[in-house]
Design a protein. Structure first.
Length: 473
């Protein structure tokens, strides 16, 4: 039976996914047979396994870090938000309509046995399972329905490392407060605290780590610096601000950027991480000023988000920009919005029919069954062999005005392109070509995902007391 190490966080966005990926790669580099695990994700950033099953994108990246084939047991429960109070339940890679309709607090009895089976299956097959928690274990109102934090740690007998994002401030209070909220048997699983995303001289932290250990008996075992190596994330990228920092100069010397509408139900936005420093979220027509290209991202509620585009005025503004020759790319739901019509005869998103923006002569109808598949194809425009993944209910028919570059996968109508393939811009060659169409600079050093995983593994390991990790194995 394998051993388990668990990364939990004081808050959401404390860097749990990132640290888990780093540990998976560091352990793999050391010759350990390692697998990731997260019992339950809540995210619309999903990907597809080789078996054609859905799982959280973060666990797909972590499997890559561990150098193992992605397996839905690594993320047995995926919750995909569809509205403020509703989420679709994906169980072991397939949407489960029965559990989806259950009240939140009634789901645990149905989901926990699947979590247990998946967890113990991985523990039986691997030397080490690196487990990621969700949110915070200090949510005492959720303890009774917990299937992802301390309940998993106790089930796996995992040593827990608790991380705080020190860049946000209040890290020591977060760590102490979280410790106070845990039950005695939960505190007993803690092996150390991690101060994540630290900027500056670690010597300036004294005497706080010693004070915290005196209060809790738990040592601070890592100070991990703020790293500038992006990875696809569970919840998205840079949601609290611009995808860009200061706009980089365009080919003609002016500051330009790629505009991405921040749809209310945006999905798979992690795929735009390679555009860091070159893209901005936009929510109004005024924010399009200076844009040199537009990407319409995927959506979990395509018709509703298309309505939002119209209500904000972005639909009209994007249409005018496209008609003026600006490059526009639609991905999955965004591609459907660029089409002529969207029909939902089976009520997948509530039913009905809505007109699209009419920039691509495409007609989409939602089917009851979802397409989930990894995709590799050759783009005839560029000659590049490209790969990605598809997750969609839509079935799209091409009208005479649009060119199907790759039938069912990739379309073009003038300067407007659409695709069902997520991850297209994670192919460096296609990203470079898209930026050249937009007249924007190509980032230096477009490293592969494996190169980035090796880089973060090295730097995270250097920030940890590795003897503590070895003692947990």
């Amino acid at each position: 039976m394998g051993r388990a190490i668990m990364i939990q966080g004081c808050t959401s966005s404390a860097g749990k996914s990132y640290l888990t990926a780093a540990l998976c790669r560091a352990l793999s580099n050391a010759g350990v047979r390692v697998a990731p695990f997260k019992a339950q994700n809540m995210s619309n950033n999903a990907g597809v396994t080789p078996a054609g099953l859905e799982m959280g994108r973060a666990q797909l990246v972590q499997a890559r870090a561990a150098r193992v084939v992605p397996d839905v047991r690594m993320n047995p429960v995926l919750l995909k938000p569809e509205a403020d109070t509703r989420s679709q339940v994906v169980l072991l890679g397939r949407a489960d309509p029965v559990i989806t309709e259950l009240p939140w607090r009634e789901r645990k009895a149905h989901l926990w046995p699947h979590v247990q089976t998946a967890l113990h299956g991985l523990l039986a097959e691997y030397d080490v399972v690196v487990i990621e928690g969700a949110g915070s274990p200090a949510e005492v109102n959720l303890r009774a329905s917990d299937i992802v934090n301390m309940r998993v740690a106790l089930e796996a007998q995992a040593g827990v490392l608790l991380a705080a994002d020190i860049d946000r401030g209040g890290a020591f209070a977060h760590l102490l407060g979280t410790w106070h909220c845990l039950e005695p048997q939960e505190r007993a699983r803690l092996r150390g605290f991690i101060l994540n995303r630290f900027r500056g001289d670690p010597a300036l932290l004294a005497p706080a780590p010693a004070w915290l250990e005196a209060q809790t008996g738990v040592p601070t075992v890592g100070v991990v610096p703020m790293l500038d190596v992006p990875l696809p994330e569970e919840d998205g990228v840079w949601l609290d601000g611009d995808l860009a920092g200061p706009p980089r100069p365009s080919a003609d010397g002016h500051a330009g950027f790629v505009a991405i509408p921040r749809l209310p139900r945006v999905s798979n936005l992690d795929e735009f991480a390679p555009l860091e420093g070159l893209a901005r979220w936009v929510t109004s027509p005024d924010e399009l000023r200076g844009a040199q290209a537009v990407i319409l991202p995927g959506s979990k509620s395509t018709a509703a988000d298309l309505g939002w585009l119209r209500a904000t005025g972005l639909a009209g503004a994007i249409t005018r920009m496209a008609n003026g020759g600006m490059p526009v790319l639609g991905v999955c739901g965004g591609m459907q919005m660029l089409g002529v019509s969207i029909r939902d005869p089976h009520g997948v998103e509530g039913g009905g029919e809505v007109p699209g923006l009419g920039l691509l002569d495409l007609h989409t109808e939602f089917a009851p069954d979802k397409t989930t598949v990894q995709t590799t194809f050759t783009d005839p425009e560029t000659g590049f062999t490209l790969s990605g993944y598809e997750i969609h209910h839509g079935q799209t028919v091409t009208g005479p005005g649009a060119l199907a570059l790759v039938p069912g996968v990739l379309w073009r109508q003038g300067n407007v392109r659409g695709t069902y393939v997520h991850g297209l811009l994670e192919n460096p060659a296609y990203l470079e070509r898209f930026l050249s169409w937009a007249g924007l600079p190509v980032p230096a050093g477009l490293d592969s995902l494996d190169a980035r995983l090796d880089a973060i593994a090295t730097r995270v390991r250097a920030g940890l007391d590795w003897s503590v990790i070895e003692a947990m194995l």
